[in-house]
Design a protein around this ligand. Structure first.
Ligand SMILES: [Fe+2]
Ligand SMILES: [Fe+2]
Length: 194
């Protein structure tokens, strides 16, 4: 990678002294990707990422439960949406767990304390509309809490922030999918009643 050592921001050098960066990189090499230049509070970031991980796992479980138990005339299309979301939440969990490890932390998969760490909730609703609503609520919780995590990370941990931004965009799509499902289901329900 080409680094411009001479880039300047006014009178201040753009990069810290390259010799100092090279010296620091050789220290504590067992810390892997975490260098002395890491500006965020690592313990707080690890806690927040573990809470996001727990939230994703709870979402996987809730969506999968709903995928298997959705019944009724409109169930198939809705259940397929649930399965798609469940698999994407699992993908998010994997991304977050990987980042936690990269930051030198331990991804917490302990099922015993999952719900206390998760922001989103589990739901065993058996009515199709109620399932969709519960999933939409969970997505809206994820959107709020991930937005907050992103604001917290700011410029201090751009890699974690970028990952959370990508996940946030997916949760917003999930919420929109569910909103449309409720709308479509409502329209069909109205027609059936009339
Ligand atoms: Fe997710
Ligand atoms: Fe989601």
């Amino acid at each position: 990678m080409k680094v411009n050592h001479n880039a300047t921001d006014g009178d201040r050098p753009f990069l810290s002294d390259i010799k100092e960066i090279r010296r620091r990189a050789r220290e504590h090499i067992q810390a892997g990707a975490v260098t002395e230049g890491y500006r965020a509070d690592r313990n707080t970031v690890l806690r927040l990422l573990n809470e996001a991980l727990a939230s994703e796992i709870v979402c996987v479980l809730r969506y999968r439960r709903h995928y298997y138990t959705a019944t009724g005339i409109h169930a198939q299309a809705v259940a397929e949406e649930f399965l798609e979301h469940a698999n994407q939440e699992l993908g998010h969990a994997d991304l977050i767990a990987k980042r936690i490890t990269q930051l030198g932390g331990e991804p917490d998969f302990d099922p015993g304390s999952l719900l206390t760490r998760s922001h989103s909730e589990y739901s065993d609703a058996d009515d199709l509309l109620e399932m969709i609503q519960e999933n939409l609520v969970a997505e809206r919780i994820a959107i709020e809490s991930y937005s907050e995590i992103i604001r917290y990370l700011g410029a201090d941990d751009p890699t974690s922030r970028r990952m959370m931004e990508e996940i946030l965009a997916a949760e917003e799509e999930h919420a929109e999918d569910l909103r449309i499902l409720i709308q479509v289901l409502g329209t069909k329900g109205d027609r059936r009643r009339s």
